[in-house]
Design a protein around this ligand. Structure first.
Ligand SMILES: Cc1ncc(C[n+]2csc(CCOP(=O)(O)OP(=O)(O)O)c2C)c(N)n1
Ligand SMILES: [Mg+2]
Length: 326
């Protein structure tokens, strides 16, 4: 892992980053338990990708920048302002779900006041939404950046090429982060693309490309911070490939016996070891953090479990602008 001082971070920053990573991990683990207990219909995990997501989020300006995330980005959206209660309301498909009133699939994050754009289920379409936002920022001369994330499998969709080509042509303030966890459901990378590095595609779009260790939140922070600086200085977009790890099956409906379970690097364990090696935090801090987050997640779960489901009469609300009942 790279040196935090060289990246411009201090001990308090690292502790805050660790806290958000741990919160996302614990929320995710709780949702799996609730799924296996028959209480949640579906879970798709951020586990193993928290370092990429929090490192990236920490380098952005939450008040100014816009993110267009994908379904694994629980840690990124948590950093941007999605609360555990909002996450649980969505997971339980309750009426108070901020993204859709309990009608959208879980992990289709959106929160207008936190600059999190809404998304559809077709992978890579979120990239186009971010490109549109960055075009607007450029037209209006705003010092803002639009950021999107997606899996390496999704980077083979036509939307990816069309979107990045547009960014290159118009030199837009845009960052695309590929969270390369080496699988697209059961399909390994050697059956997904022939390139050595996906970040090499950047040259074809006339933009900067970076290939980084996505298990190192500091390396991700540094790469995204630099990308943001280039974007607001009029130097255009950046394509970042963060090499990451998917610690769970693709989703709660996937049997991942197609892959080896040993030797998976866990970014949270690695970051904890890093904090301990620099004497930034000790055992008692980690323990109190676990307790604090556990009680926050207990409260969020209880609240969401007891909350009402949407009224069937609201089925078409926000689906059509106006419903003709005649
Ligand atoms: C256009 C489209 N094709 C197929 C799917 C079904 N699907 C959902 S997730 C997924 C795998 C995506 O893999 P990757 O982009 O590597 O992301 P990861 O899940 O590994 O983070 C697929 C094929 C979809 N949602 N949209
Ligand atoms: Mg993948």
């Amino acid at each position: 892992m790279i040196d935090y001082k060289e990246a411009g971070l201090n001990a308090a920053d690292l502790k805050e980053m660790y806290r958000t990573m741990l919160l996302a991990r614990k929320l995710d683990e709780r949702m799996w338990l609730l799924n296996r207990a028959g209480k949640l219909p579906f879970v798709i995990s951020c586990q193993g990708q928290e370092a990429t997501q929090v490192g990236a989020g920490y380098a952005l300006n939450k008040e100014m920048d816009v993110i267009s995330p994908y379904y694994r980005d629980l840690a990124l959206v948590t950093h941007f302002g999605m609360t555990p209660q909002e996450t649980m309301l969505s997971a339980f498909a309750k009426r108070g779900d901020i993204s859709s009133g309990g009608k959208q699939m879980p992990s289709h994050f959106s929160k207008k006041e936190a600059n999190i754009l809404t998304q559809g289920s077709c992978v890579a379409t979120q990239l186009l939404h971010a490109v549109g936002a960055s075009y607007k920022f450029k037209m209006d001369n705003e010092e803002r950046v639009a950021v999107t994330t997606l899996g390496e499998g999704s980077s083979n969709q036509g939307d990816f090429h069309e979107g990045l080509n547009f960014v290159g042509v118009h030199n837009l303030p845009f960052i695309c982060i590929i969270e390369n966890n080496k699988y697209a459901i059961s399909v390994p990378v050697d059956l997904q693309y022939g390139a050595e590095k996906l970040s090499d595609r950047a040259i074809g779009y006339g933009m900067h490309g970076d290939h980084i260790d996505g298990n190192d939140p500091i390396a991700v922070y540094k790469a995204v911070k630099e990308a943001r600086q280039r974007a607001i200085s009029g130097e255009g977009g950046t394509l970042i490939e963060a090499m990451s790890t998917r610690l769970t099956a693709h989703s709660s409906d996937d049997d991942d016996s197609y892959r080896e379970k040993k030797n998976r690097e866990d970014c949270l364990v690695k970051f904890r070891e890093y904090l301990e090696s620099y004497d930034i935090a000790e055992e008692s801090w980690f323990e109190s953090m676990e307790q604090e987050l556990k009680s926050e997640i207990n409260d969020a779960t209880k609240h969401a479990e007891q909350a009402p489901y949407p009224d069937p009469a609201e089925t078409l609300t926000n689906v059509y602008e106006e419903v003709n009942n005649g």
